[in-house]
Design a protein around this ligand. Structure first.
Ligand code: PCA
Length: 323
């Protein structure tokens, strides 16, 4: 049994009322309250609470306040928290399929990202199920673009720059471009820049805005190289301990949250780029030589991913490209 509390249990005074069992869940998430992923999750938990008449009450603990991002998956697997959110590609070392959404230029618009998700969702569900986890929904960040301290038109100008990475793919990309990567969680971006640990990054305009990138970078180059996803999953034991109605309510709210989250993400792309520009950042498209260098990185990383993922990875990419 997980996190089940019967609020009225043992209360003689309320013995005549129907038994109102309430399940209270704590939900660790990595990103801040203002981030659209968190906003979407809050709407998801509100919908669950409403559909279950308060029977399933999920409290969101954002910005890594309950468990730090790298601990959230294991916390849910071990049942320390029944439900959580992480960046899917954080798990690429466990199984390459978790990182298929972080290969530069494999799927760099919403339509392709949706098809790639269609081709990979089953394998992600299976890999999570092996750990006693049930996938609920996944939502992409807007396209990943460069934040720099100077105008860069020649890719050689990137060499030697200390680069903020958030997963294995961003680390590999930095290496391939001659930069020096350092892993930094989203919440630590402003400090990492202000203390000089990093001087450039690739992330979404959403994270650019939530970290106020204009305080420490001057140039936004709109490459939109890939759309990495956050995923929400539940401990399967905790899920099975719910009533049938609660399970149905959770799954329905999850389906709605996935559709809503993709819409929110799409809408964010333009509005958040506009906010970067309003705050004084120079917004541009990549030069031809930079585009070429980045495309080369994408080809290398696709080949490396295929090698790691083996025949099932090849089948996934074939399915994606064929659809
Ligand atoms: N924001 C997160 C992951 C991808 C994104 O757009 C980050 O920068 O950590």
């Amino acid at each position: 049994m997980y996190f089940r509390q019967s609020l009225l249990a043992g209360s003689v005074a309320f013995a005549a009322l129907p038994a109102l069992a309430q399940t209270a869940w704590d939900m660790p998430t990595p990103y801040g309250d203002a981030v659209f992923h968190t906003q979407n999750i809050i709407q998801f938990t509100d919908a669950v609470r409403e559909a279950t008449d308060g029977g399933l009450d999920i409290t969101v603990h954002s910005a890594g306040s309950l468990f730090a991002h790298p601990q959230i998956k294991d916390s849910v697997r071990r049942g320390l928290a029944p439900i959580g959110e992480i960046l899917m590609s954080q798990l690429v070392n466990e199984n390459p399929v978790f990182g298929v959404d972080s290969i530069p230029f494999l799927a760099n618009n919403y339509e392709d990202a949706q098809r790639l998700w269609g081709a990979s969702r089953g394998a992600v569900e299976t890999a999570l199920a092996e750990q006693g986890l049930t996938l609920l929904f996944a939502v992409p960040w807007p396209g990943q673009s460069l934040f720099l301290n100077a105008e860069v038109t020649d890719p050689a100008e990137l060499r030697g720059i200390s680069f903020r990475a958030y997963n294995a793919a961003t680390e590999r990309m930095a290496q391939l471009l001659g930069m020096t990567p350092t892993q930094v969680e989203a919440g630590d971006i402003p400090t990492a820049f202000s203390t000089g640990r990093v001087a450039a990054m690739i992330t979404s305009p959403s994270t650019g805005v939530s970290s106020q990138a204009w305080d420490f970078t001057s140039h936004y180059i709109d490459v939109q190289a890939w759309l990495p996803k956050n995923m929400v999953f539940v401990n399967t034991g905790a899920f099975e301990a719910l009533s049938e109605d609660e399970r149905a309510a959770l799954l329905e709210a999850a389906t709605d949250a996935e559709a809503r989250g993709w819409e929110m993400s799409m809408a964010e792309t333009a509005t958040q780029i506009a906010r970067l520009e309003e705050a004084g950042m120079a917004v541009s498209t990549p030069s031809d030589s930079l585009s070429e260098a980045l495309a080369g990185v994408g080809e290398t990383m696709t080949a490396e991913w295929l090698e790691q993922a083996g025949p099932s990875g090849e089948a996934l990419i074939t399915e994606y490209r064929g659809n």
